[in-house]
Write a protein that binds this ligand. Sequence first.
Ligand code: FMN
Length: 358
Amino acid sequence: MKRLTYISNFSRSLTKKDIESIGKISQTNNCRQGITGVLLSCSGIFFQILEGEEESIDSLYEKILKDDRHNRILCLKSELNISARRFPDWSMEVIVLDENNDILLQPIKILLQTLGESQAILATYTQSGVLEAIGRGINPLTLVPRYTEKIIFFADIISFTSITEKVQVTEVVDFLNQFFTICTKAIAARGGEVTKFIGDCVMAYFDGDQADNALQASLDILSDLEMLRNQAPANSPLRVLYVGIGLSKGTVLEGNIGSQTKKEYTVIGDAVNVASRIEALTRQLNRFLVFSDSVRLGLSDRWRSVRLGDFHAKGREEIVEVYSIDDLLTFQKSDFQKLKQEIRQHLELISSQTPELV
Ligand SMILES: Cc1cc2nc3c(=O)[nH]c(=O)nc-3n(C[C@H](O)[C@H](O)[C@H](O)COP(=O)(O)O)c2cc1C
């Protein structure tokens, strides 16, 4: 038999009646499937323990994971080969702690609230692939690194050092957060995964057969940034938030990499280096978006690729064939030096209006 314990958050506000109806259907279904357990609800959080035959628990949990009444589901424990049930008489006992004033239950209420808050904090810091594994009851630390085909995405803010020199620290944080939010949303919307933020740089990846999505996400980012620049107040550094994006495809090692005490779920390999190197070429090619031949080969024919030439990416022996696409968003209006000058002039204007730099 298997016992599974998880915690989740209401995805919308649920009434006592809504929760009772979950209990009712659960009791009917669970009785039929030989499943027992308990469902606690408290301050917008569910805490449930399910026990029964492994197959029945797995198929119920699949259903529960898809239920849109809750989200941010975190499997706290998945126990196999249990010999006895803890709740043999409850097909699914529902306890709404919010209405319960029993002093003995107060610490449990606090424990659940704290667990819910910690989970929300962890979810913000953790990669969705790792969270998904935890949600399914798989310990992500047990995932063995493997070779996979990935498209690597690198985006880096143009003239970021000058921006940090001329802009108030709080504004730099807002500036970065706006950029990271745009990237994270666009990448997730097209099925990609942000691996990390490295200073002012975003590293992400897409599955190897997702070249169209990787390119579309890149264009979405360029388009959102253009909108952000145009809508920003005249004295905002966001007026000069420009980025270079590089994409490359290849075999990478995907998995947990790190020390005993600190690990990162990431990808490493030549494609990562190439993506970062060709991103740097955006400056000399006067394009905001460039990609390698390996990415171009995976694109559908809805894109018009333009070959920009063969380049010796810094630190590599091999020549990389670099492409972009015929889309206005990818063009730097003037050459890169002029763009840098435009940024510098705007920053001078801002700093002349700012009394003191903190
Ligand atoms: C927090 C939560 C706990 C649930 N627990 C159970 C459960 O123990 N058993 C169950 O059959 N359904 C449970 N459900 C409901 C299932 O997600 C699903 O809606 C239901 O099983 C569908 O039943 P049906 O296939 O008979 O239509 C739960 C839903 C939520 C949001």
